[in-house]
Design a protein around this ligand. Structure first.
Ligand code: HEC
Length: 266
């Protein structure tokens, strides 16, 4: 074992003192110094280790990006959402209503009749059937003149020119119609049988206020595609016979006619 020179021991002591370590017993040999130094130095990192995580925790948070800041500072539900949310069920109910199947009124013979009436008849009888050059048809008036369907059809096909001295029901309040008393109505034979039938059915339901069941069999005839075209001069009796013949071969129409009779309407 070699002697450690004094100057080295002295330097070691100074170094230990500088590190704030006890000088200890100051073992004369370096072997004793080294373990002592490492034993004493070992606890030293421990407090340092404890401070390091603390320092990490204290690290300033990452800068908040503008969009995150905007998202955090704005109101979560806008004020205008309140009335919107309030009316949402109503809106849903309205949408639900539009999901219904289109009814026969929307696309059947009566709807077709409404369009035909607007184009061909409203100029003289008024858009709502209130009358004008031609007689008033609405509020049931047209049914007072034509309680039956076939004479109504014959009238529209024939017009004033192809009709006898009188037309319509003899029981009409105010007396039977005198042809030409109101002026001249043109013949609508050129429209074709189906179009005339559809216009007439529309008038009877919309203006005459006939229940739809009362003309159900005639609606079925219009839907059958078997309505003939009538020449001007056709008689109500001829139209009635054609209709009855068709209806006799059509169970749904026969049933509809029986139901209409039971309902008290012709
Ligand atoms: C150019 C005018 C004019 C047009 C268009 C017209 N009408 Fe007339 N309509 C008359 C006149 C006028 C009378 C009365 C005729 C008469 O006195 O001879 C009449 C009478 C009627 C009557 C009998 C009413 C009653 O109580 O006496 C019905 C029903 C009728 N028209 C239906 C129709 C239909 C359906 C159409 C369309 C397809 C139509 N009219 C288009 C002028 C018109």
């Amino acid at each position: 074992m070699t002697e450690v020179p004094d100057y080295l021991l002295q330097r070691s002591r100074e170094r230990r003192a500088a590190l704030g370590l006890e000088s200890g017993d100051g073992g004369g040999d370096s072997a004793a110094v080294v373990p002592a130094a490492s034993a004493d130095a070992a606890p030293a990192p421990a407090p340092a280790a404890a401070t390091v995580p603390a320092e990490i925790e204290e690290e300033p948070p990452a800068p908040i990006t503008p969009w995150v800041e905007a998202a955090q500072s704005r109101k979560k539900i806008p004020v205008w959402m309140a009335p919107v949310a309030l009316f949402l069920p109503l809106w849903a109910f309205m949408v639900w209503g539009t999901l219904e199947e289109p009814t026969r009124e929307a696309e059947g013979p009566l709807a077709a009749g409404a369009e035909l009436y607007a184009v061909n008849c409203s100029t003289c009888h008024g858009g709502g059937g209130g009358g004008g050059v031609g007689y008033q048809l609405n509020e049931g008036e047209v049914l007072a003149t034509f309680p039956e369907v076939a004479p109504h059809i014959a009238w529209v096909v024939n017009g004033t020119e192809n009709t006898g001295p009188n037309y319509g029901s003899a029981d009409r309040p105010g007396g039977q119609r005198v042809t030409g008393a109101q002026g001249n109505m043109p013949s609508f034979a050129d429209l074709g049988g189906l179009a005339v039938l559809e216009s007439v059915l529309y008038e009877r339901v919309q203006h005459g206020l006939a229940p739809e069941e009362a003309v159900e069999a005639w609606i079925l005839w219009a839907e059958s595609g078997e309505v003939p075209d009538w020449e001007a001069g056709v008689s109500p009796q001829a139209i009635e016979a054609q209709f009855q013949e068709w209806a006799a071969g059509n169970p749904a129409a026969t049933e509809a006619l029986e139901a209409a009779e039971a309902g008290g309407e012709g």
